[in-house]
Design a protein. Sequence first.
Length: 367
Amino acid sequence: MPIIINKTVVYINFTFRLEPMQSYSVSFSSGTVAYYPDSSLNELPQVAATQQTILLVDEKVLSAYGDKLKLYKTIPMHSGESHKTLQTAETIIKDLIRQEVQRNSMLIGVGGGVVTDITGFIASTYMRGTRVGFVPTTLLGMIDAAIGGKNGVNIGLHKNMMGTIRQPEFILYDTSLLGTLQDTEWSNGFAEIIKYALLFDAQLFEELNTHNIDHYQQNKAALQLLIARCVALKNKIVQADEQEKDERKLLNFGHTAGHALENMYHLPHGHAVGLGMIVACDLSINTKSLNPDIKQQLIGLLKRYHLPTHLEINPKEVMQVLVMDKKRQTNVIDYILLNGVGNAVIQRLSFDTIQRSLETFAHGSHH
């Protein structure tokens, strides 16, 4: 698949073999991650010793599954972007100091993307680095947030403005944990799955159009295969560009506007990314001659997976947050656009061009 980066064409082969539902490892420039794709929370002690290990656990997960974690010391955490802050990290680090947690200890994040992001951030910085592993408990965490080594905290309205890239030692998957998720969390995950399909996998885009959330909730094999497919796609990109100098930027599709909308209007992450993808399609239509039918297909797919397609926004205020995006360079931002389904491009756009599309979105009809 050709990827154009600043007018340079880069070819990446996205043909991959889905791993069987047994443990396997993926190597990156900074380390190797062990994957346990068809596992159970009960098997965690076989992966991580109970001694010198601290679990940072979403308080709701701890309440529901605490009996399966009783062999470990645990620190409960709040979920939600409002808690993804330096203050939260400092509070947890003070707790680690109080418990005399050493540099050779392991921290394990058990929860959604906020929990694993903060756990990874703390593990990267506490005593200049401790071992870390993840047990994602949301669909979004399983297919995106826990993968790739990115972690960090928000600074005010600015998403992930402070963080590091550091791979976990392992990621353990227990899809039975998804059984207690609210509908919003399922939709959040599917926003990122739709993103993968638009970027890299036209066949997956068609598959999503023939199914719905109920299908994957009721069919464990289909769900596991879907997760494995997304994990493989993300790992392929991260292996090619772990530090996000080139190809990995593609994974920001829908996120540039999405992050601004998420923090300004207190939206669930997937809801914001879905809206951000619509903005990106508007930009693609105006600058890359994207077929408008693809935008309409995206809107239909977002609705199919219970994601919003319209939001009342103030374009100027959104732009004020967006211009502080990590991908900005002076008066331009590297934006992820589409030439078509499965054909993505990285292009630098001016602030004026982006604001015009935000205004189009604000006044458009996406219902």
